[in-house]
Design a protein around this ligand. Structure first.
Ligand SMILES: Nc1ccn([C@@H]2O[C@H](COP(=O)(O)OP(=O)(O)OP(=O)(O)O)[C@@H](O)[C@H]2O)c(=O)n1
Ligand SMILES: C[C@](O)(CO)[C@H](O)COP(=O)(O)O
Length: 231
């Protein structure tokens, strides 16, 4: 049976957490690495569970860690845990298959964005509720962007005014996300990409600096600093 958080909520949150964390360096799977003494996944799930609209959370964990993740999250929130896949897209598909009947809105949220505030979960869900099929949180690009060739020679400077850095949670009308995953071919780096391929309009809402993706050692150190200074 699927664990429920708020039976009156209309949002299921899928949490892909099955990645290795190669860019973070050797160690446990990234979602299980410690940030201020607790696994990244615990931080992420605690914040998702604090969003009032959330009905269900489904975590895709590394296959070898499903039982320990279930036990670990038992003390944090009612959560369903399934084995993830070899790529992020497969992990999301596995979690999507475990969503119970009920929630009409599905959010996909990286465990690696462990400090994402509950408010961002709510604002993405609200935009879907208002009638958008697909919603992504974004930040403006702050660096000058160059296009380069294979030898790292600059080919040109890209106009960044129309570029956005994309975060999670990404929110979808449930039927839209399901159809996009059913039709999925090549693996893409985000779920909005799958939906775009179906010709569905994707809209942007403001993201959050706190929703940074912990990818490299510097990001973990930054997150630790943010947490100890009150994030
Ligand atoms: N097979 C995979 C790969 C990634 N993810 C999840 O997708 C999110 C975003 O991926 P990323 O930050 O790139 O994590 P990793 O794939 O673990 O990182 P790396 O590429 O450095 O190994 C993470 O929460 C990660 O656990 C997943 O569930 N299943
Ligand atoms: C989904 C995502 O976090 C949006 O920015 C990102 O695409 C994940 O990419 P990664 O290459 O798996 O880190």
């Amino acid at each position: 049976m699927t664990a429920q958080l708020n039976p009156r909520g209309d949002v299921a949150v899928l949490v892909p957490a099955a990645g290795a964390g190669v860019r973070l360096g050797p160690g446990a799977p990234k979602a299980l690495r410690l940030l201020a003494g607790e696994p990244l996944l615990v931080h992420a799930v605690r914040r998702i569970a604090a969003a009032p609209s959330v009905h269900t959370i489904v975590v895709a964990a590394p296959a070898a860690d499903v039982e320990s993740v279930r036990a670990m999250l038992g003390a944090v929130a009612p959560v369903t845990v399934v084995p993830g896949g070899a790529e992020r897209q497969a992990s999301v598909a596995a979690a999507l298959a475990a969503v119970p009947t009920g929630p009409g809105i599905v959010l996909v949220h990286d465990a690696a964005r462990a400090l994402t505030p509950p408010d961002l979960v709510e604002s993405v869900a609200a935009a879907v509720r208002e009638g958008h099929d697909a919603v992504i949180p974004v930040l403006p690009v702050v660096d000058t962007i160059k296009e380069v060739d294979a030898a790292e020679r600059v080919l040109g400077t890209v106009d960044r005014s129309a570029l956005r850095a994309v975060q999670t949670p990404q929110g979808f009308r449930r039927s839209v996300l399901t159809a996009a995953h059913e039709a999925a071919g090549d693996s893409l780096t985000d779920d909005a990409g799958l939906v775009e391929k179906q010709g569905v309009a994707v809209v942007c809402v403001p993201g959050s600096e706190l929703a940074l993706k912990i990818t490299r050692p510097f990001d973990l150190a930054l997150a630790e600093h943010l947490l100890t200074t009150g994030a």
